[in-house]
Design a protein around this ligand. Structure first.
Ligand code: PLP
Length: 408
């Protein structure tokens, strides 16, 4: 029993279920589009990363079916040995061209890219400087690295510089950051990071998961947004958001990619992404390049939601991507209760609590798609207005509202 004690003691999900506010693992029946069906009822999906709405685009679906007919259901092996198909190579070439790097390597998930790349390119002589709000996959990569890891206050460039100064004699330095932070939607301070990386001889790895297809004139991400694409040494991206699939990639100098290709364990010792997933990423990339209007529509929808929520009196931060957090700063059960009230009124959103947020902070994370209609966004705002009134979230401080709710 001793090994499993913590599991048997862990009652949080049961308690939340008993209270009718458990918000996770909701079973979606059918396509993950702007509307989804859960328990037979339709909800507007504002909790997805299907930013360009391509997950059910007819051309994308056709490409997936064609790939299954041609290549079969799975690759049954790692790319390193028997699971590499010509479409994996084609996708790598296309991605490298798209993000303007010499080469790219495709992994089975974005998580694997970070968890595999960071320990592979660093050594026990390295120092990794990682933003505190970086994605869990970066934290995982840092934990697996033999190097020294320094986590700096999120987006605090003075703190980053102070750490870099203290590590002057260390030759191998890596700065790693999300381009767009996945919970807050804030864009990283890339210009400062580029300057500091140059000044202190560090290499820069940017995770473009939430920026690919969203930021930049061509949707290349944060690097393009700041017109600094050439200054970013390594670009990481995932297919699980704008590219409507599963898988991820790393792009950069040919030699670095070749090294990662022959050393990263999640790549070498795990099966390659299936043909349908690769075909979907390829087709989505093609549509993304061909139809910039999808990105424009995404931004119109996001702006409408953000401005509307702000007008209602919500604190939505200052992100520029397609993620709009409704910051509540309340305790867990109250945040779950608000999320459930939104759900009951027809919105599928995601509550975010520590450790995904700093202690004492919480949010309802909302995100938008090019395929939402204006009517959808109006409905979203109407529901947030109703729930905000009901729970006293708007017009007075959230902590006061939370205290009122919990009777403290
Ligand atoms: C910033 C960031 N990096 C990496 C990942 C991992 O990507 P994947 O879903 O492809 O494993 C995610 C996914 O949530 C993410 O948000």
């Amino acid at each position: 029993m001793s090994l499993f004690k913590k599991c048997y003691d862990y009652r949080d999900p049961e308690e939340a279920r008993a209270a009718g506010i458990y918000p996770y693992f909701r079973p979606i029946a059918g396509c993950a589009g702007p509307h989804v069906i859960v328990d037979g009822k339709e909800k507007i999906m504002i909790g997805s990363n299907n930013y360009l709405g391509l997950a059910n685009h007819p051309e994308v679906l056709a490409a997936a079916k064609e790939a299954v007919d041609r290549y079969g259901a799975g690759c049954t092996g790692s790319r390193f040995l028997n699971g590499n198909m010509d479409i994996h190579d084609e996708l790598e070439e296309r991605l490298a061209r798209f993000v303007q790097k010499e080469a790219a390597i495709v992994f089975s998930t974005g998580f694997f890219v970070n968890a595999g790349t960071i320990p592979t390119i660093t050594s026990r002589h390295s120092v990794i400087l990682s933003d505190r709000e970086n994605h869990a996959s970066i934290a995982e990569g840092c934990q697996l690295s033999l190097g020294k890891v320094i986590r700096y206050q999120s987006s605090d460039m003075d703190a980053l510089e102070a750490h870099l100064k203290r590590q002057q004699e260390v030759k191998e330095k890596l700065i790693v950051s999300d381009g767009v932070f996945s919970m807050s939607g804030e864009v990283c301070r890339l210009a400062d990071m580029v300057r500091l990386a140059k000044q202190y001889g560090a290499k820069l790895l940017i995770d473009e998961a939430h920026a690919l297809g969203v930021l930049g004139d061509h949707g290349r991400g944060t690097g393009e947004h700041f017109k600094l694409q050439q200054e970013v040494d390594l670009v990481m991206g995932t297919f699980s958001k704008s590219l409507a699939s599963i898988g991820g990639f790393l792009a950069g100098p040919y030699e670095v990619i070749s090294y990662v290709k022959h050393h990263a364990r999640p790549l070498i010792f795990s099966a390659s992404p299936p043909p349908a997933s690769i075909a979907v990423a390829l087709k989505s990339l093609e549509i993304m390049e061909r139809e910039p209007e999808l990105r424009e529509k995404l931004h119109r929808n996001t702006d409408m939601a953000k401005e509307g929520l702000k007008e209602l009196g919500y604190n939505v931060g200052s992100g520029e991507a397609a993620i709009v957090p409704v910051n509540l700063d309340c305790e867990r059960d109250f945040t779950f209760t608000v999320a459930q009230a939104l759900f009951d009124r027809g919105l599928f959103s995601t509550p975010v609590i520590p450790p995904a947020t700093p202690p004492g902070k919480s949010a309802i994370r909302t995100s938008y798609m090019a395929s939402h209609s204006e009517e959808d966004i109006k409905k979203v705002l109407q529901v947030f207005a109703e729930v905000g009134e009901e729970f006293g979230l708007i017009g007075r401080s959230n902590s006061v509202a939370a205290a009122a709710q919990t009777g403290q």
